[in-house]
Design a protein around this ligand. Structure first.
Ligand code: ZN
Length: 501
């Protein structure tokens, strides 16, 4: 058993090294690479991915895993976790025939090109056949992987292990009703924030320095990570001691780059908080995309968009922009960063409307995968749901069903993790406020270490040792519950917009 375990760890270490190399190349592609490098980079990534996949799915690995799971009760709890998680990954990876994997990859890279053109011309009919192909491939993928109730479950499991469409459907439907009713009241309120003072131009250098200060203050280890700029902000991890975040700035906006940094910092703090014993193994990752997103959204929205945060940081920001921020109070910043606006574009949506964008995508996705919705109906259904949830008319496909990259990438089952992140964050945050009664005094002083320590103890260090629902249950003592999120929104936005409850 000891020998098998060593042999397994050696193989997993190699796979992890290759995946880290892939991550470095992908990071470089977004941050540094000149445009003409794209073709060569595509080949490098394809070769390394195929190599990593081949090593991981080698039948020898299967034999080791069978042996070790047969002797699971003789293993230490940590080794048993490693074997269990690796077996889950191995099983998923080997259920898909190699010919199917390359068919899917090829179809997706074609679909991506088609989607870029269709979005540019704002014409869904150009993308229609590609989307139909991708839906069909995903249905086949679900069939290979296997499922009990809905084929969608097999796809969702890749991002949120253990979650099902049957759990999400009623939850999302209730949430959509509650959130669109709240948005109605906010939009109709006579109290609206003044955002005129946030209009640019704002000096980028000063904003960059401010984001670096905030990163350090929140607990991001700059000796084990760095920040760069990219078109689409993201975070990535090459190793426990090398975690990267990116941000972007627009000269017109004071807050967007900063809030983007705090969001990615939330992901990065999770990555920097894993157990060193899990390096070069599949355990060193987030429990799920939803739990990962709960960390980024908690830091961004619950901390970074709170009044105590701005009581601390507005004076700091004023040092960089003394003339422009002279008459601005922390309350003004708090109101401006929480401005609610119904919009067509998901990535620009605020806390109150964001889930509505996600829920309509989930409803369309499940319909496509389960076969109750035809690809031809996507634009009409999309536009009708935007009208129902947000009261807006969609003027064209580019601002409607063609706005997101996910489907062209073949990613079905990914969208719900954004909303789950919001829900998990609010539920965890209620527990945290009980556990740290003087949390807001600490935030007002710019002290975040107590919060970070709580997150490290209850979430970060487990990596993939626990399922998402176990993380939540162990940390809060409750099953997943969406009501804390609604309480949070009602409380915060009720105050900001002078709503009577
Ligand atoms: Zn995120």
């Amino acid at each position: 058993v000891t020998e098998s375990l060593e042999s397994l760890r050696a193989t997993l270490g190699k796979v992890s090294d290759l995946r880290s190399a892939i991550a470095v190349l992908s990071w470089d592609q977004e941050v540094n690479m000149p445009p003409k490098g794209a073709e060569g980079r595509g080949q490098q990534l394809a070769t390394l991915s195929a190599y990593a996949h081949r090593i991981f799915t080698d039948p020898g690995v299967g034999v080791l895993l069978q042996e070790l799971s047969g002797a699971i009760e003789t293993l230490s709890p940590d080794d048993a976790k490693l074997v269990g998680v690796t077996l889950y990954d191995y099983d998923r990876a080997t259920r898909l025939p190699e010919s199917f994997v390359s068919e899917l990859a090829m179809e997706c890279s074609k679909a991506y090109e088609v989607w870029v053109r269709a979005r540019k011309e704002s014409n869904f009919s150009l993308f229609r056949d590609s989307l139909a192909q991708i839906v069909d491939l995903n249905r086949r993928k679900a069939a290979y992987i296997g499922y009990k109730d809905s084929p969608y479950d097999a796809l969702l499991d890749e991002y949120e292990r253990g979650m099902t469409a049957a759990q999400l459907t009623p939850l999302f439907s209730d949430l959509a009703k509650a959130q669109s009713a709240l948005v109605e009241r906010i939009v109709a309120s006579p109290t609206q924030p003044d955002v005129a003072w946030t209009a640019g131009p704002w000096d980028e250098r000063a904003k960059w320095d401010f984001t670096v200060k905030v990163l350090r203050d929140l607990g991001f280890d700059m000796d084990a990570g760095r920040q760069d700029k990219s078109i689409h902000p993201f975070s990535t991890q090459f190793d426990l001691y090398d975690v990267r975040v990116t941000t972007r700035f627009s000269p017109d906006e004071l807050f967007s780059g900063l809030m983007g940094t705090i969001h990615e910092c939330g992901h990065a703090l999770y990555s920097q908080g894993h157990d060193p014993a899990d390096r070069r193994t599949p355990l060193m990752d987030g429990a799920s995309l939803g739990i990962h997103e709960s960390q980024s959204r908690m830091w961004e929205n619950m901390i970074g968009r709170s009044l105590p945060f701005w009581e601390h940081y507005l004076p700091v920001l004023r040092d960089s922009f003394p003339d422009r921020l002279r008459g601005v109070a922390p309350e003004d910043a708090y109101a401006a960063v929480n401005c609610v606006e119904r919009s067509l574009i998901r990535v620009e949506a605020d806390e109150c409307t964001y889930n509505l964008h996600v829920i309509l995508r989930f409803e369309i996705e499940t319909g496509l995968i389960e076969g109750s919705l035809s690809v031809d109906d996507v634009p009409d259904v999309w536009n009708a749901k935007i009208k129902e949830y947000l009261g807006l008319d969609v003027p064209n496909d580019a601002q409607g069903c063609l706005q997101d990259i996910h489907w062209s990438h073949g990613a079905f089952g990914y969208f719900p993790t954004y909303t789950l992140g919001n829900l998990y964050a609010a539920q965890l945050f209620e527990t945290i406020q009980d556990a740290i009664p003087d949390l807001w005094d600490r935030v007002r002083r710019g002290e975040f270490a107590t919060l970070l320590t709580w997150l490290r103890e209850n979430i970060h260090r487990y990596g993939r040792r626990k399922l998402p629902v176990e993380i939540l249950k162990d940390a809060t003592g409750q099953d997943p519950d969406w009501r804390p999120y609604l309480r949070y929104l009602e409380n915060k936005y009720g105050g900001l917009y002078g709503l009577s409850s």
